[in-house]
Write a protein that binds this ligand. Structure first.
Ligand SMILES: *Cc1c(COP(=O)(O)O)cnc(C)c1O
Length: 411
């Protein structure tokens, strides 16, 4: 029996030169000087571009590739992104403002999320973005906003399907959910759309997130497509957009393999061809967050102290869960596992020790890595947490323990 523990998938997006990890072509020690402090987040624009180029090569050319801003709303990153993708998905008025500021045309911005406030719905109608409607109450409020503003309201119905995306990290469809309108109630909601005089554009289905199994994504997209085709029979206007969600995952933990996008692309070609035939005015939309940015980002913190406690060596860093909740294991993980991490200033030194990397917060939850295999560590070394470009800073409790905020750079 081979008892080798599972390893992280090979991560090659950041080359190494003279022992230094290069982020955006800059040695990470130099980057820390340039930023002027640790900790910080850095996102590699070439890595983002490369990811999108590779993805687009397998997708049908007619498909509309959207970026879901909540994965990483950094303004400079958005400015880079809008040159590469076809649309943006937002989930709050704040994200909508960032999307509009980025220069993306309102025609290609969609606004999803339960519990949109009446003021947010009104802002969305005023902006002319597509509202992915999550309830019948929202339909009524959108109609009120449309009437009082004298502007048309563009709507798509978010469907809570009668199936789940298998093997997905976070389930967001199927069974009872706060998201979308149950599939069985969609015919009535379509009648409401017509009677309220709203501009119907299509359907939105989002079955889940962080899926690494191509067959599961294909199955969910096939079922979503079939469901949307059935529901479209009662649509009050020609179908214009069919948003199949996303859910593409990235490998975070030991033993996880990279998602194979080739079969997903082939299957989407088939769906696209069928859509072109049955609903010539419609196009498929794919909305991805994590898959586009997660692997392009690093979180960099510095070792402040090294302590040995009863045989365990702790690297006490200036980073922690207040910046990077996901790496600490407290953002949706059931059993804590390590994000891939290394010493960025000793990136080609052979590993020789095992370390627990923690942050400065007074809680045992403040962990960046347990039992990490690293080169011999010294105070001043840079601990780099990889796969950190999505759900990082804005998904972390920055106010916890009142440490100062940290910078993000796009390099
Ligand atoms: C969060 C979210 C996304 C992005 O999910 P990822 O897992 O980051 O790709 C897309 N669409 C909707 C509706 C979402 O809520």
């Amino acid at each position: 029996m081979n008892a080798t523990p599972p390893k992280h998938a090979p991560l090659t997006q950041f080359p190494v030169r003279d022992g230094e990890l290069l982020v955006g072509g800059t040695p990470v020690s130099q980057l820390a000087e340039r930023v002027g402090q640790t900790p910080f987040y850095a996102y590699d624009r070439a890595a983002i571009s490369a990811r999108i180029t590779t993805l687009k090569a397998v997708l049908p050319p007619r498909i509309s590739l959207h970026y879901a801003i909540k994965a990483n709303p950094m303004p400079a990153l958005l400015a880079h992104m809008v040159r590469l993708i076809d649309g943006l998905d937002v989930a709050s008025a704040g994200e909508m403002r960032a999307a509009l500021d980025s220069g993306m045309t309102p025609a290609e911005i969609s606004f999803a999320g339960p519990g949109k406030r009446p003021t947010e719905l009104r802002q969305a109608v005023a902006a002319g973005v597509l509202l992915n409607v999550e309830s019948e109450t929202e339909l009524t409020r959108i109609a009120e906003a449309s009437q009082s503003l004298g502007l048309p309201a563009r709507v798509a119905l978010r469907v809570n399907p009668d199936f789940e995306l298998k093997s997905s990290g976070m389930k967001m469809g199927g069974g009872p959910k706060p998201f979308g309108i149950d599939a069985e109630r969609i015919p009535a909601a379509l009648a409401q759309v017509a009677s309220l005089g709203l501009q119907f554009e299509g359907f939105h289905l989002f079955a889940g997130s962080q899926n690494l199994i191509a067959d599961a994504i294909i199955e969910a997209q096939a079922k979503s497509f079939a469901l949307a085709m059935r529901l479209a029979a009662n649509a009050p206007a020609p179908l214009r957009s069919l948003n199949l969600g996303g859910g593409f995952g990235v490998p975070y933990f030991p033993g996880e393999a990279r998602l194979d996008i080739t079969p997903i692309g082939q299957h989407l070609h088939a769906l696209d061809a069928q859509l072109a035939q049955d609903h010539p005015t419609a196009r498929l939309v794919l909305e991805l967050g994590r898959y586009l940015v997660a692997e392009a980002g690093v979180y960099v913190c510095r070792v402040q102290d090294i302590k040995v406690s009863r045989g365990t060596t702790y690297l006490i860093t200036d980073g922690g869960l207040h910046h990077h909740l996901a790496a600490s294991g407290n953002f949706g993980q059931v059993i804590r596992k390590n994000y891939p991490a290394l010493l960025g200033n000793k990136a080609d030194t052979v590993t020789s020790g095992r370390y627990n990397a923690v942050g400065p917060l007074c809680t045992p939850l403040d962990i960046l890595g347990n039992d990490l295999e690293l080169p011999e560590a010294e105070i001043g070394d840079l601990l780099v947490v990889l796969q950190s470009g999505a759900y990082g800073l804005t998904a972390s409790p920055a106010a916890f323990l009142s440490h100062p905020g940290i910078p993000e750079v796009l390099v």
